[in-house]
Design a protein. Structure first.
Ligand SMILES: Cc1cc2nc3c(=O)[nH]c(=O)nc-3n(C[C@H](O)[C@H](O)[C@H](O)COP(=O)(O)OP(=O)(O)OC[C@H]3O[C@@H](n4cnc5c(N)ncnc54)[C@H](O)[C@@H]3O)c2cc1C
Ligand code: FES
Length: 366
């Protein structure tokens, strides 16, 4: 009996090894797709090396599709309309693609590979996204786990950005990654400062991008990023503005507020910021200055777990509860939210309860 069992296990192992060898051979022979034609928007043609993911292939041609997870299929940002060449949907794409998007041939560009002639459509503005080289001017601790990074542009020397948009930062090969990866970071500075970008980056323990920034990046070092990306920016209306953020979600909201200050926007604006305790709260001085200079702006920070030594006299509790308490009638409100998916989903529920129209709730989930 035991002998038979051992024989079966041996046979299964042998078949598995054979299959693995066959897969390697197949990849080395059939997997050589040669040069294929990539057509974009029916008017631009590229000869590209076949076999690589569409996202990486486009990047090689200087075309940068938004992505936040570095091509791991876990952010769902890299959607592209593929008219020809992509084949069946892959299981890794399905969680991100709605039935409606399937009808429009929307695919995850980091998952589909360019193995034959390909035809895609992308928004024309993506051709304006550029790759930038910059130098780290300063790195400052904003909290125990958030750093402010100021980058002065080298080439191109200026960036045109809308307040609230993000860039994709290139993390070079280092201890935690054997190939460069990209991570999305919102620009925290005012778009009027075209020669520099400021980022606010929170350390995710073990995270590839944030460990690099927090432990390896130094002042004077060179960095590469591409951008601008995203449609999280202030809409030009007369509605009241409600901003909500937590942690490094501060970054794009700060940029929006600085831009409003530059342009003299006088709409009623309330900014709810959630932190755990005093050590997670930052930029209070900047917010106080904005309260003085913007005509109708209130900063409402709240601590969910203030410590005894914090001497906190402001709002206490979850940002959702404080939002619920202050919001009032929301039908004339539009809202801008930035933070973790949990924070955003909970706040959207409160906003809609107060009759803020769902289509006027804009957010970036980090
Ligand atoms: C549009 C956009 C704008 C963004 N702007 C900013 C910004 O201004 N500042 C900023 O700090 N971040 C921002 N992010 C998040 C950022 O892109 C990275 O996801 C984050 O920095 C983690 O990257 P990492 O490489 O260190 O971690 P990874 O190596 O990608 O992840 C390591 C592990 O941590 C988990 N993880 C990833 N992110 C988080 C998280 N936030 N909290 C807890 N666990 C996590 C992953 O699931 C994984 O298990 C933004 C994201 C998006 C989509
Ligand atoms: S899903 Fe994140 S880059 Fe494709």
């Amino acid at each position: 009996m035991i002998q038979q069992l051992l024989l079966s296990v041996g046979a299964i192992s042998a078949i598995a090894s054979l299959l693995a060898i066959l897969m390697v051979i197949t990849d080395a022979t059939i997997g050589n797709y040669g040069i294929v034609k990539l057509t974009i928007n029916n008017n631009k043609e590229y000869e590209v090396k076949g076999g690589r993911p569409l996202l990486a292939t486009l990047m090689d041609e200087g075309i940068f599709i938004p992505s936040a997870c570095g091509g791991r299929g876990s952010c769902g940002l890299c959607k592209v309309k593929v008219l020809e060449g992509a084949g069946q949907y892959l299981p890794t794409e399905l969680p991100w693609i709605s039935e409606d998007e399937k009808k429009q041939d929307i695919r995850l560009s980091c998952q589909v590979k360019v193995k034959q002639d390909f035809r895609i459509e992308i928004p024309e503005e993506l051709f304006n996204v550029k790759e930038f080289r910059g130098r780290v001017e300063s790195i400052v601790d904003l909290t125990h786990d958030i750093k402010e990074i100021i980058i002065t542009l080298i080439e191109p020397s200026e960036i045109e950005i809308r307040a609230g948009q993000f860039i994709q930062f290139k993390v070079p090969e280092y201890e935690l990654t054997n190939e460069p990866v990209y991570r999305a970071y919102s620009v925290a500075s005012s778009p009027s400062d075209k020669t520099r970008v400021e980022l606010e980056i929170r350390l995710v323990p073990g995270g590839i991008g944030t460990t690099y920034v927090h432990k390896y990046l130094s002042e004077g070092g060179e960095v590469i990023f591409n951008g601008p990306h995203g449609d999280f920016f202030l809409r030009d209306t007369d509605r009241e503005i409600v901003c909500i953020a937590g942690g490094s979600g501060m970054a794009p909201i700060k940029s929006i507020l600085l831009d409003m200050n530059c342009k003299g926007v006088n709409r009623r604006t309330r900014y709810f910021f959630g932190a755990r305790s005093k050590r997670d709260l930052f930029l209070e001085d900047t917010m106080a200055e904005l309260e003085m200079s913007l005509p109708d702006f209130t900063f409402i920070p709240t601590l969910s777990e203030p410590k005894d030594g914090d001497n906190w006299e402001g709002e206490t509790g979850l940002v959702t509860n404080i939002l619920d308490k202050h919001l009032g009638k929301g039908s004339n409100v539009e809202a801008y939210l930035c933070g973790s998916p949990g924070l955003i989903d909970a706040c959207v529920a409160i906003l809609t309860k107060h009759r803020v129209p769902e289509e006027l709730i804009y957010y970036d989930k980090f």
